[in-house]
Design a protein around this ligand. Structure first.
Ligand code: SF4
Length: 223
């Protein structure tokens, strides 16, 4: 095995090393929220709110919306202006408030209140993108999917494991090459790894446990 290469020859070792390295970090707050609700609707809505928002803000807003209106029927009764105030802290509140209400209406009217467990079906709902659809099927339904966010996209490219321009292509490539046993957990591992070690700007390469395999593609400054 050549050094500075991450491929399917060593991906098991790399992922297990990452998994062990991130054990000591607290689960992201949003992950904890999703986990505690065990309700596909309450995985879907926080994901809509999380777009370009900090995890912390998304979790606080999701929790207060949940306390105020724990069922889709109750959420739909909230007037648009009020919903805008509720989701304000997550940013882009005009669009997000409208999306939450529209999606809830579709879930109630078209799907009789049951969030679909199929990625392609979820993608037919306006406002639901691939990241959200993958998160819902993996977290809420424990079905295979790969949720590619900014961390998964950036890190798998730094590793040279994929060579892709955007998250959607990363997901497609990972679906081709990543062993299925890692599909559901790769997001959690790489979010924690990206938040604590392989930071978006100036990653901690000097203390990275997988540095000996990583070609650090595209990394210009590191610590
Ligand atoms: S921290 Fe550096 S060495 Fe470690 S995975 Fe990221 S880019 Fe590679």
């Amino acid at each position: 095995m050549k050094s500075h290469m991450i491929s399917n020859k060593n991906v098991d070792t790399v992922i297990i090393t990452v998994k062990n390295a991130v054990k000591k970090y607290a689960m992201p707050v949003l992950e904890r929220f999703n986990d505690s609700k065990k309700d596909p609707y309450w995985v879907l809505i926080p994901c809509i709110l999380s777009l370009r928002a900090k995890d912390e803000a998304t979790a606080v807003v999701s929790e207060s919306l949940y306390r105020m209106a724990p069922t889709p029927e109750q959420v739909l009764k909230i007037p648009l202006k009020k919903m805008e105030q509720i989701v304000y802290k997550t940013g882009f509140y005009h669009v997000k408030a409208k999306n939450v209400l529209n999606i809830t209406k579709i879930i109630l009217e078209k799907y009789k209140g049951k969030v679909p467990d199929d990625i392609d079906e979820l993608l037919t709902i306006p406002g639901v993108g691939r990241k959200t659809a993958n998160l819902v099927v993996t977290v809420a339904f424990k079905k295979p999917g790969i949720c590619v966010d900014t961390h998964v996209h950036k890190i798998s490219n730094r590793w040279g494991y994929v060579k892709t321009k955007d998250a959607e292509h990363t997901e497609m490539r990972l679906r081709e090459i990543l062993p299925k046993k890692y599909w559901m957990k790769i997001n959690l591992y790489l979010v924690l790894f990206g938040q604590n070690i392989c930071l978006s700007v100036s990653p901690f390469c000097s203390k990275c446990p997988i540095a000996k395999w990583c070609p650090r593609i595209g990394v210009t400054t590191s610590r």
